[in-house]
Design a protein around this ligand. Structure first.
Ligand SMILES: [Zn+2]
Length: 229
């Protein structure tokens, strides 16, 4: 697609961003990653991301975003706050403006690296209520970033319209299914691969995996146009 160009992947070491990293490696000549250290509950998340980047031979920049915790103490960073979600409300993992900040910092870094492509695994389909994961926000930010730095950034969101099962399918098509399944960290309790099975992230991941595995053996399926669960 952009065979001679360079891309920066916003990378956390989880299922979604690791799938995006494989997608980027397929579509771009040169790929780097940027990982944000914002005092995650599990420091391990940074180590997992670093290990994957090393394994795949892509450079990684870790940016200190610990100020996020100062602005918005929340369940992702504070072990004394439980991960909960009340009906109709944002989950307690929400940090206002997190993606806005991450993508803006990623863009500054990408320009320094001579990359105009930025890849992020945000998704509107399994929508948790994060407004800065919506497609309309990403398109708006893309325009703003281009104006702010007078640079032709393109933000790519390969997972935007996929459900979790379709994200597994994409990993499979990229020949990364086992890698993503066994090496990534999605679990809020810090358990790599299939996770603890109990936290909201594990439940979402497992539901998608089971849904995908249920259809996987049934031969070729149409690209991308399957109904959303
Ligand atoms: Zn878990």
């Amino acid at each position: 697609m952009f065979a001679n160009e360079k891309a920066v992947v916003v990378f956390s070491g989880g299922q979604d961003s690791t799938t995006c990293l494989f997608w980027a490696k397929k579509h771009f000549a040169e790929v780097e990653t940027v990982t944000f250290d914002y005092g995650q509950r599990h420091k391990q998340e940074i180590e997992v991301a670093a290990g994957i980047a090393r394994k795949l031979g892509v450079p990684q920049t870790v940016l200190d975003m610990s100020l996020l915790n100062q602005l918005a103490p929340n369940a992702l960073t504070r072990t004394d706050i439980d991960i909960t979600q009340e009906e109709g409300e944002l989950p307690s993992t929400f940090v206002d403006g997190r993606n806005l900040l991450f993508l803006s910092f990623a863009a500054v870094l990408a320009k320094q690296k001579g990359a105009r492509h930025i890849i992020t695994g945000v998704c509107e389909t399994d929508f948790s209520g994060y407004p800065d994961c919506r497609d309309s926000f990403i398109k708006s930010l893309n325009v703003t970033l281009n104006l702010s730095m007078d640079y032709p950034f393109v933000i790519h969101t390969p997972l935007m319209w996929l459900n979790k099962a379709e994200t597994w399918k994409m990993a499979d098509e990229l020949e990364a299914f086992e890698f993503v399944r066994t090496r990534t960290l999605t679990c809020y309790n810090g358990v790599i691969g299939d996770g603890c099975g109990e936290c909201p992230a594990c439940k979402l991941r497992r539901a998608g995996l089971e849904q995908y595995l249920a259809v996987r053996g049934h031969g070729a399926s149409s690209q991308g146009a399957e109904g959303h669960a």
